[in-house]
Design a protein around this ligand. Sequence first.
Ligand code: HEC
Length: 98
Amino acid sequence: MKKIALALLCLSSLSFAADYDPIRGEMLSLSCTSCHGIDGKSEAITPYIAGMGKANMYQILLDYKNGKRVETMMQKHAKGFSDEELEQISYYFSNIKR
Ligand code: HEC
């Protein structure tokens, strides 16, 4: 019995991607667009983030949040979101055409 419980525990702890919820993704993305432009299509000095690969953006946001990547603005901003929210945001921007 213990072995089965252990096996189930291992299976359930495999990290799987969260399902994308487009409405949440769009709502959460609004906190980015004041700096990165509508839908991330920046026309200012902030980076253009529309159409960035989802996995790439998610990793960058996690690195900001965990302090692995340090820049002026983003690590402060990324700390305000759960990992799952950062993933939803990454889905949203990756679905925008460049
Ligand atoms: C206060 C302005 C501001 C807000 C709000 C903001 N950003 Fe940024 N972002 C920046 C700046 C400035 C940079 C350039 C790096 C730096 O100085 O932090 C950047 C860099 C990035 C990068 C790295 C781009 C690259 O090509 O390396 C990503 C990805 C990013 N932001 C995503 C987001 C997301 C997603 C949000 C919303 C959760 C967000 N940003 C909110 C200002 C902002």
